[in-house]
Design a protein around this ligand. Structure first.
Ligand code: ADP
Ligand code: MG
Length: 226
């Protein structure tokens, strides 16, 4: 489904603070895989995730999604790809604190030409999936960290994407809330979604079916988990 070909990424190319964050990364991700990405802080995990998901064009190489080189699409095409095919979850949630849970989850739907009723249905379904239907009208700023991350997950799945990318989604959460997030990811994987999870936590990483280790911008191992 996703093919990375000779991906390299240099931040601040040519400047004194130049940083080579990815070096010749080749990777094939199949539909329905559950992959974890591990590596020390600064090894390039976030850069890799952003490149694969269509958030950031790498300075070298190609990212093919179902055969299409996503960074050869025009701005509209790439935005459409991100909106339709991928969901993204961040460590810091990236929600609008002054909006309600409902409004936050509705954001990805607003570009689509759909009716109010369809928005209501899709958002209600997504919030139900993460167990927050009863908090739909609460301002996000009034919710706990675990609840915020579940709102962010609802937002990530509201368009029914094929792939969910999660960048250290439990990094700011306690064990109980972290477990809730992991269970949700596993639930979506069992529903057929492809999951790509960046984590520092070795136990979490092993719950994925495959673990990719990255060091200094290079993939150093790809291991199957029992
Ligand atoms: P990780 O997620 O594994 O901690 P990152 O992908 O965030 O690693 O970073 C990889 C390398 O790229 C690090 O050396 C980091 O300092 C550098 N880097 C990340 N983002 C930027 C940026 N926006 N500008 C310059 N350098 C960056
Ligand atoms: Mg990171």
């Amino acid at each position: 489904m996703i093919d990375l070909r000779n991906i390299g990424h240099i931040y601040n190319n040519g400047l004194s603070n130049q940083c080579r964050a990815l070096i010749d990364v080749n990777l094939n991700i199949k539909e329905g895989e559950y992959i974890s990405i591990v590596g020390q802080s600064g090894s390039g995990k976030t850069t890799l995730l952003n490149v694969v998901s269509g958030l950031m064009k790498p300075t070298e190489g190609e990212v093919l999604f179902e055969g299409t080189d996503i960074y050869k699409l025009n701005i509209d095409g790439l935005a459409k790809h991100r909106n339709k095919s991928i969901g993204f979850i961040f460590q810091n949630y990236f929600l609008e604190p002054k909006f309600t849970a409902f409004e936050n989850v509705a954001i990805p739907l607003l570009n689509n030409k759909i009716t109010k009723e369809e928005i209501l249905n899709s958002v209600s379904k997504a919030l139900t999936e993460v167990g927050l239907y009863d908090k739909a009208d609460k301002l996000v700023s009034m919710l706990s960290g675990g609840e915020r991350q579940r709102v962010a997950i609802a937002r990530a799945i509201v368009n029914n994407p094929k792939v969910i990318f999660a960048d250290e989604p439990t990094g700011n959460l306690d064990t109980t809330n972290g477990e809730m997030i992991m269970s949700l990811l596993e639930k979506f994987w069992k529903q057929g979604k492809t999951i790509i999870l960046v984590t520092h936590n070795e136990i979490q990483a092993k719950r994925a079916k495959k673990t990719i280790k990255i060091e200094d911008g290079k993939i150093v191992s790809v291991l199957g988990n029992e």
